[in-house]
Design a protein around this ligand. Sequence first.
Ligand SMILES: Nc1nc2c(ncn2[C@@H]2O[C@H](COP(=O)(O)OP(=O)(O)OP(=O)(O)O)[C@@H](O)[C@H]2O)c(=O)[nH]1
Ligand SMILES: [Mg+2]
Length: 279
Amino acid sequence: MSIQWFPGHMHRARKQIALVMAKVDVVIEVLDARLPGYSENPLLRELRGPRPCLKVLNKSDLADPAVTASWMDFYRECGTVPMEISATSPKDAKRILAILPGMVKERNFLMQPVNCLIVGIPNVGKSTLMNTLVGRKVARAANQAAITTKQKRVHIGDELTLYDTPGVLWPKIVSATASYMLAGSGAVRETAMDNAEVAARVGDYLLREYPILLQERYKLAELPLEGLELLEALGKKRGCLIKGGEVDVTKAAGILLNELRAGQIGRISLQKPPAPKAA
Ligand SMILES: Nc1nc2c(ncn2[C@@H]2O[C@H](COP(=O)(O)OP(=O)(O)OP(=O)(O)O)[C@@H](O)[C@H]2O)c(=O)[nH]1
Ligand SMILES: [Mg+2]
Protein backbone atom coordinates (compact mmCIF):
# COMPACT_ATOMS: atom_id res chain seq x y z
CA MET A 1 0.00 0.00 0.00
CA SER A 2 1.24 3.49 -0.76
CA ILE A 3 -0.85 6.44 0.28
CA GLN A 4 -2.10 8.98 -2.19
CA TRP A 5 -4.24 11.39 -0.21
CA PHE A 6 -3.78 14.94 -1.37
CA PRO A 7 -7.27 16.49 -1.46
CA GLY A 8 -8.08 19.93 -2.88
CA HIS A 9 -7.61 21.82 0.37
CA MET A 10 -4.04 20.47 0.63
CA HIS A 11 -3.28 21.80 -2.88
CA ARG A 12 -4.63 25.19 -1.79
CA ALA A 13 -2.77 25.02 1.53
CA ARG A 14 0.49 24.35 -0.28
CA LYS A 15 -0.07 27.43 -2.48
CA GLN A 16 -0.98 29.59 0.54
CA ILE A 17 2.09 28.43 2.45
CA ALA A 18 4.27 29.29 -0.54
CA LEU A 19 2.66 32.77 -0.72
CA VAL A 20 3.01 33.63 2.96
CA MET A 21 6.52 32.16 3.23
CA ALA A 22 8.09 35.32 1.79
CA LYS A 23 7.30 37.20 5.00
CA VAL A 24 7.90 34.33 7.44
CA ASP A 25 10.80 34.76 9.89
CA VAL A 26 10.69 31.40 11.60
CA VAL A 27 8.90 28.10 11.06
CA ILE A 28 7.64 25.73 13.74
CA GLU A 29 7.52 22.29 12.18
CA VAL A 30 5.28 20.04 14.24
CA LEU A 31 6.40 16.42 13.99
CA ASP A 32 4.74 13.43 15.61
CA ALA A 33 7.08 12.23 18.37
CA ARG A 34 5.92 8.66 17.71
CA LEU A 35 7.31 8.78 14.16
CA PRO A 36 9.36 11.95 13.69
CA GLY A 37 11.05 10.86 10.46
CA TYR A 38 7.96 9.63 8.66
CA SER A 39 6.02 12.72 9.75
CA GLU A 40 8.57 15.10 8.23
CA ASN A 41 7.07 16.32 5.00
CA PRO A 42 9.64 16.80 2.19
CA LEU A 43 7.27 19.24 0.50
CA LEU A 44 7.31 21.54 3.54
CA ARG A 45 11.11 21.32 3.76
CA GLU A 46 11.27 22.55 0.18
CA LEU A 47 8.74 25.34 0.80
CA ARG A 48 10.51 26.69 3.88
CA GLY A 49 13.92 26.81 2.19
CA PRO A 50 16.69 28.22 4.38
CA ARG A 51 14.40 29.83 7.01
CA PRO A 52 15.13 28.97 10.65
CA CYS A 53 13.00 26.06 11.76
CA LEU A 54 12.16 24.77 15.21
CA LYS A 55 11.31 21.08 15.08
CA VAL A 56 8.88 20.15 17.82
CA LEU A 57 8.30 16.49 18.56
CA ASN A 58 4.70 16.66 19.70
CA LYS A 59 2.52 14.05 21.42
CA SER A 60 5.60 13.00 23.33
CA ASP A 61 3.24 11.88 26.11
CA LEU A 62 2.14 9.05 23.77
CA ALA A 63 5.61 8.07 22.53
CA ASP A 64 8.09 5.63 24.04
CA PRO A 65 10.37 7.92 26.12
CA ALA A 66 13.55 5.93 25.38
CA VAL A 67 12.93 6.13 21.61
CA THR A 68 12.12 9.84 21.83
CA ALA A 69 15.43 10.39 23.68
CA SER A 70 17.28 8.74 20.77
CA TRP A 71 15.39 10.92 18.26
CA MET A 72 16.43 14.02 20.24
CA ASP A 73 20.08 12.90 20.04
CA PHE A 74 19.65 12.16 16.34
CA TYR A 75 18.34 15.68 15.60
CA ARG A 76 21.00 17.34 17.74
CA GLU A 77 23.68 15.40 15.85
CA CYS A 78 22.13 16.65 12.59
CA GLY A 79 22.62 20.23 13.86
CA THR A 80 18.90 20.89 14.41
CA VAL A 81 17.33 22.30 17.56
CA PRO A 82 14.61 19.81 18.46
CA MET A 83 12.09 20.16 21.27
CA GLU A 84 10.09 17.39 22.85
CA ILE A 85 6.63 18.69 23.75
CA SER A 86 2.97 18.08 24.45
CA ALA A 87 0.98 20.74 22.62
CA THR A 88 -1.52 21.01 25.46
CA SER A 89 1.17 21.92 27.98
CA PRO A 90 1.39 25.67 28.78
CA LYS A 91 4.88 25.03 30.17
CA ASP A 92 6.04 23.67 26.81
CA ALA A 93 4.40 26.62 25.02
CA LYS A 94 6.42 28.99 27.24
CA ARG A 95 9.64 27.18 26.31
CA ILE A 96 8.80 27.64 22.63
CA LEU A 97 7.98 31.35 23.03
CA ALA A 98 11.28 31.81 24.86
CA ILE A 99 13.37 30.16 22.15
CA LEU A 100 11.74 31.71 19.04
CA PRO A 101 13.12 35.29 19.17
CA GLY A 102 16.70 34.00 19.31
CA MET A 103 16.12 31.98 16.14
CA VAL A 104 15.04 34.94 14.03
CA LYS A 105 17.74 36.31 11.76
CA GLU A 106 18.56 40.00 12.17
CA ARG A 107 16.58 42.18 9.85
CA ASN A 108 16.07 45.84 8.98
CA PHE A 109 12.46 46.20 10.06
CA LEU A 110 12.87 45.51 13.77
CA MET A 111 9.61 47.27 14.58
CA GLN A 112 7.62 44.56 12.83
CA PRO A 113 6.27 41.53 14.70
CA VAL A 114 8.02 38.21 14.19
CA ASN A 115 6.03 36.12 11.72
CA CYS A 116 5.94 32.47 12.70
CA LEU A 117 4.35 29.76 10.57
CA ILE A 118 3.19 26.50 12.16
CA VAL A 119 3.35 23.64 9.67
CA GLY A 120 3.15 19.86 9.65
CA ILE A 121 1.25 16.85 8.40
CA PRO A 122 -2.43 16.37 9.37
CA ASN A 123 -3.46 15.65 12.97
CA VAL A 124 -0.05 16.22 14.58
CA GLY A 125 -1.36 18.95 16.89
CA LYS A 126 -0.68 22.24 15.06
CA SER A 127 -3.96 23.92 16.02
CA THR A 128 -3.70 22.60 19.58
CA LEU A 129 -0.23 24.12 19.82
CA MET A 130 -1.49 27.41 18.35
CA ASN A 131 -4.23 27.54 21.03
CA THR A 132 -1.76 26.83 23.83
CA LEU A 133 0.72 29.40 22.52
CA VAL A 134 -2.01 32.04 22.34
CA GLY A 135 -3.49 31.00 25.69
CA ARG A 136 -7.07 30.67 24.45
CA LYS A 137 -9.01 28.72 21.85
CA VAL A 138 -8.51 30.42 18.50
CA ALA A 139 -8.45 27.37 16.22
CA ARG A 140 -10.55 24.23 16.07
CA ALA A 141 -8.66 21.08 17.02
CA ALA A 142 -10.00 17.53 16.91
CA ASN A 143 -8.80 13.99 16.58
CA GLN A 144 -9.35 13.61 12.86
CA ALA A 145 -6.99 14.30 9.96
CA ALA A 146 -7.71 17.48 7.97
CA ILE A 147 -9.70 19.44 10.55
CA THR A 148 -8.07 22.73 9.60
CA THR A 149 -8.70 23.57 5.97
CA LYS A 150 -7.80 27.28 5.94
CA GLN A 151 -4.79 29.24 7.10
CA LYS A 152 -5.39 31.30 10.24
CA ARG A 153 -3.45 34.28 11.57
CA VAL A 154 -3.36 35.38 15.22
CA HIS A 155 -1.33 38.14 16.87
CA ILE A 156 0.25 37.67 20.28
CA GLY A 157 0.77 41.24 21.49
CA ASP A 158 2.85 43.43 19.15
CA GLU A 159 5.76 41.06 18.97
CA LEU A 160 4.57 37.85 17.40
CA THR A 161 2.18 36.84 14.65
CA LEU A 162 1.36 33.14 14.42
CA TYR A 163 -0.07 31.35 11.40
CA ASP A 164 -1.80 28.00 11.77
CA THR A 165 -1.90 26.05 8.51
CA PRO A 166 -3.86 23.02 7.30
CA GLY A 167 -2.04 19.70 7.63
CA VAL A 168 -0.31 18.81 4.38
CA LEU A 169 0.94 15.43 3.20
CA TRP A 170 2.76 15.00 -0.08
CA PRO A 171 1.22 13.76 -3.32
CA LYS A 172 2.53 10.19 -3.10
CA ILE A 173 4.06 8.49 -0.08
CA VAL A 174 6.14 5.85 -1.77
CA SER A 175 7.44 3.85 1.20
CA ALA A 176 4.92 1.20 2.27
CA THR A 177 6.20 1.18 5.86
CA ALA A 178 5.94 4.96 6.14
CA SER A 179 2.41 4.80 4.69
CA TYR A 180 1.26 2.16 7.17
CA MET A 181 2.78 3.89 10.17
CA LEU A 182 1.46 7.33 9.18
CA ALA A 183 -1.98 5.83 8.68
CA GLY A 184 -1.68 4.04 12.03
CA SER A 185 -0.74 7.29 13.78
CA GLY A 186 -3.93 9.00 12.57
CA ALA A 187 -2.45 11.32 9.93
CA VAL A 188 -4.65 9.96 7.13
CA ARG A 189 -8.44 10.14 6.82
CA GLU A 190 -9.86 6.65 7.28
CA THR A 191 -11.75 6.95 3.99
CA ALA A 192 -8.38 7.07 2.19
CA MET A 193 -7.02 3.82 3.62
CA ASP A 194 -7.87 0.22 4.35
CA ASN A 195 -8.20 0.05 8.14
CA ALA A 196 -7.76 -3.73 8.38
CA GLU A 197 -4.62 -3.71 6.23
CA VAL A 198 -3.11 -0.83 8.20
CA ALA A 199 -3.94 -2.44 11.57
CA ALA A 200 -2.48 -5.78 10.45
CA ARG A 201 0.80 -4.15 9.39
CA VAL A 202 0.99 -1.97 12.49
CA GLY A 203 0.13 -5.12 14.48
CA ASP A 204 3.18 -6.89 12.95
CA TYR A 205 5.34 -4.04 14.22
CA LEU A 206 3.75 -3.96 17.68
CA LEU A 207 4.21 -7.72 18.07
CA ARG A 208 7.88 -7.27 17.34
CA GLU A 209 8.56 -4.12 19.37
CA TYR A 210 5.95 -4.04 22.17
CA PRO A 211 4.78 -7.64 22.77
CA ILE A 212 4.34 -7.26 26.52
CA LEU A 213 2.17 -4.16 26.21
CA LEU A 214 -0.08 -6.04 23.76
CA GLN A 215 -0.26 -9.08 25.96
CA GLU A 216 -1.22 -7.00 28.98
CA ARG A 217 -3.78 -4.84 27.19
CA TYR A 218 -5.60 -7.67 25.43
CA LYS A 219 -5.08 -10.33 28.12
CA LEU A 220 -3.62 -12.77 25.61
CA ALA A 221 -2.25 -15.98 27.08
CA GLU A 222 -0.11 -16.48 23.97
CA LEU A 223 0.98 -13.91 21.46
CA PRO A 224 0.33 -14.64 17.79
CA LEU A 225 3.11 -14.28 15.27
CA GLU A 226 1.39 -11.94 12.81
CA GLY A 227 -0.72 -8.81 12.88
CA LEU A 228 -3.70 -10.43 11.19
CA GLU A 229 -3.76 -13.18 13.84
CA LEU A 230 -3.50 -10.48 16.48
CA LEU A 231 -6.66 -8.86 15.07
CA GLU A 232 -8.44 -12.21 15.22
CA ALA A 233 -7.38 -12.86 18.82
CA LEU A 234 -8.32 -9.31 19.85
CA GLY A 235 -11.67 -9.58 18.02
CA LYS A 236 -12.51 -12.76 19.90
CA LYS A 237 -11.64 -11.18 23.24
CA ARG A 238 -13.75 -8.10 22.50
CA GLY A 239 -16.70 -9.95 20.97
CA CYS A 240 -16.28 -8.57 17.42
CA LEU A 241 -18.00 -11.48 15.72
CA ILE A 242 -20.09 -11.80 12.59
CA LYS A 243 -22.53 -14.52 11.52
CA GLY A 244 -21.02 -17.97 11.83
CA GLY A 245 -18.79 -16.91 14.72
CA GLU A 246 -16.08 -15.44 12.49
CA VAL A 247 -14.17 -12.38 13.67
CA ASP A 248 -15.13 -9.02 12.22
CA VAL A 249 -11.58 -8.03 11.32
CA THR A 250 -12.52 -4.48 10.32
CA LYS A 251 -14.06 -3.87 13.73
CA ALA A 252 -11.08 -5.41 15.51
CA ALA A 253 -8.80 -3.19 13.40
CA GLY A 254 -10.77 -0.13 14.52
CA ILE A 255 -10.27 -1.11 18.16
CA LEU A 256 -6.52 -1.66 17.78
CA LEU A 257 -5.98 1.63 15.93
CA ASN A 258 -8.17 3.72 18.25
CA GLU A 259 -6.56 2.32 21.38
CA LEU A 260 -3.08 2.77 19.93
CA ARG A 261 -3.81 6.42 19.02
CA ALA A 262 -5.32 7.14 22.44
CA GLY A 263 -2.26 5.73 24.22
CA GLN A 264 -4.34 2.99 25.85
CA ILE A 265 -1.93 0.21 24.90
CA GLY A 266 0.95 2.15 26.42
CA ARG A 267 3.61 4.62 25.30
CA ILE A 268 4.51 3.46 21.84
CA SER A 269 6.80 4.80 19.12
CA LEU A 270 6.23 3.74 15.53
CA GLN A 271 9.69 4.59 14.21
CA LYS A 272 13.24 4.51 15.53
CA PRO A 273 15.97 6.86 14.32
CA PRO A 274 18.52 5.50 11.86
CA ALA A 275 21.49 3.83 13.55
CA PRO A 276 24.54 6.12 13.79
CA LYS A 277 27.02 5.60 10.95
CA ALA A 278 30.08 3.56 11.91
CA ALA A 279 33.22 5.70 12.26
N1 LIG B 1 -1.99 13.01 23.64
C1 LIG B 1 -1.83 14.14 22.96
N2 LIG B 1 -2.76 14.54 22.08
C2 LIG B 1 -2.54 15.69 21.41
C3 LIG B 1 -1.40 16.49 21.59
N3 LIG B 1 -1.46 17.54 20.76
C4 LIG B 1 -2.62 17.41 20.08
N4 LIG B 1 -3.28 16.31 20.48
C5 LIG B 1 -4.57 15.80 19.96
O1 LIG B 1 -4.38 15.49 18.59
C6 LIG B 1 -5.58 15.73 17.85
C7 LIG B 1 -5.29 16.60 16.65
O2 LIG B 1 -4.96 17.89 17.09
P1 LIG B 1 -5.08 19.17 16.14
O3 LIG B 1 -4.48 20.31 16.89
O4 LIG B 1 -6.44 19.32 15.58
O5 LIG B 1 -4.08 18.72 14.96
P2 LIG B 1 -3.73 19.54 13.62
O6 LIG B 1 -2.28 19.27 13.34
O7 LIG B 1 -4.15 20.94 13.75
O8 LIG B 1 -4.63 18.73 12.57
P3 LIG B 1 -5.16 19.23 11.11
O9 LIG B 1 -5.75 20.58 11.26
O10 LIG B 1 -6.16 18.19 10.76
O11 LIG B 1 -3.97 19.18 10.23
C8 LIG B 1 -6.57 16.36 18.86
O12 LIG B 1 -7.43 15.34 19.34
C9 LIG B 1 -5.66 16.87 19.97
O13 LIG B 1 -6.29 16.92 21.23
C10 LIG B 1 -0.41 16.04 22.54
O14 LIG B 1 0.65 16.63 22.76
N5 LIG B 1 -0.68 14.86 23.17
MG1 LIG C 1 -5.43 22.04 12.62
